[in-house]
Design a protein around this ligand. Structure first.
Ligand code: NAP
Length: 289
């Protein structure tokens, strides 16, 4: 950051709000570690200004943007090419300005997959439950489908959204075994390997809330995974842990989606050693604040 000069490339997060973001910390950390001349900053874009923001970013020769709430879907109409993964998920979180074109990607799925594989979660042949049907659920469901789980149970407060997600997934993965269940019916399912909690229930400051509190259900699991990373251990995770279930929070998903975005923009592969070193610094930064 102290070495900005005439060749520095600019990147940044477009959203509303963006004031809470940790992406500048991560990307500027990678830039230092990889010795790349760039700067990553937050861009607060008011509703109604997304199109001029994207056109302006291209005109100003930005290298790329991350896109966050509420623009991940809306931004798709302003792009020239969208990769398959982003089409399945129906949202773009990373755009790349390259050779006069704007390319869109969704790196949440790759981030979630890498974070899961790092701790030893296996997908193939597993019976899984996904709570929620929003952006995080779509990315996680796509990974489950792509990695050949045996069965997905999808549960969401608004049933129509779960049905819509089921239909989208079945369009892209016709062999996928997927059912929509309400919370009461889900609790009665006898065999369950992994439960992915992707609702915003339990997120700071509502740390005592959990979409599922039934220990009988949680005790069946091998893994409980939460997309939330603040707090580091949600009520859902702590209840599952009390039953001897292995747990994973959402910090890795957030971090590894940034790794993938960085690699797309700069055309590099960050060595595993640097990824692990930066992750340790990032974890310390997040949880010591
Ligand atoms: P979203 O698209 O707005 O979806 C929110 C989901 O939570 C919906 O399924 C919604 O159900 C459900 N929900 C919210 N309040 C609820 C309540 N009181 N009772 C029952 N269900 C409720 O949000 P998102 O982007 O998927 O984010 C969801 C969570 O994942 C957030 O905590 C976010 O921070 C986290 N996340 C983490 C990462 C990461 O990298 N770790 C990435 C993305 C998101 P309805 O459909 O019924 O409204």
């Amino acid at each position: 950051m102290n070495n900005i000069d005439g060749k520095t490339r600019t990147l940044g997060l477009i959203g509303n709000p963006v004031e809470h973001t940790m992406s500048p910390f991560i990307h500027n950390l990678f830039a230092n570690a990889m010795n790349i001349n760039m700067v990553y900053v937050p861009f607060h874009v008011e509703n109604g200004y997304l199109e001029p923001a994207i056109k302006g970013a291209k005109a100003l020769n930005l290298l790329g943007n991350n896109i966050t709430v509420p623009y991940k879907v809306e931004v798709m109409q302003y792009l020239d090419e969208i990769d398959k993964n982003a089409k399945v998920i129906g949202a773009v979180n990373t755009i790349h300005y390259k050779e006069d074109k704007i390319y869109g990607y969704n790196t949440d799925a790759a981030g979630f997959l890498k974070s899961s594989l790092k701790v030893g979660i296996e997908f193939e042949g597993k019976i899984v439950s996904i709570l929620g049907a929003g952006g995080a659920a779509k990315a996680i469901a796509a990974v489950c489908a792509e990695n050949r789980v045996k069965k997905i149970y999808l549960t969401n407060r608004t049933v129509e959204k779960a049905e819509a997600l089921k239909n989208t997934l079945q369009t892209h993965y016709p062999e996928l075994n997927i059912d929509v269940l309400d919370y009461n019916a889900l609790l009665l399912v006898e065999e369950m390997d992994i439960c992915f909690q992707t609702t915003s229930i339990g997120m700071f400051p509502n740390v005592e809330a959990s979409p599922i509190t039934e220990l009988n259900f949680l005790s069946k699991l091998k893994w409980a995974v939460d997309a939330i990373y603040n707090p580091s251990e949600t009520k859902f995770l702590s209840l599952a842990k009390s039953q001897g279930v292995k747990t994973l929070n959402g910090l890795g998903m957030l971090y590894y989606q940034a790794v993938r975005a960085f690699e797309i923009w700069h055309g590099v592969t960050i060595p595993e050693e640097i990824i692990d070193q930066c992750y340790a610094r990032f974890t310390q930064y997040v949880y010591s604040r």
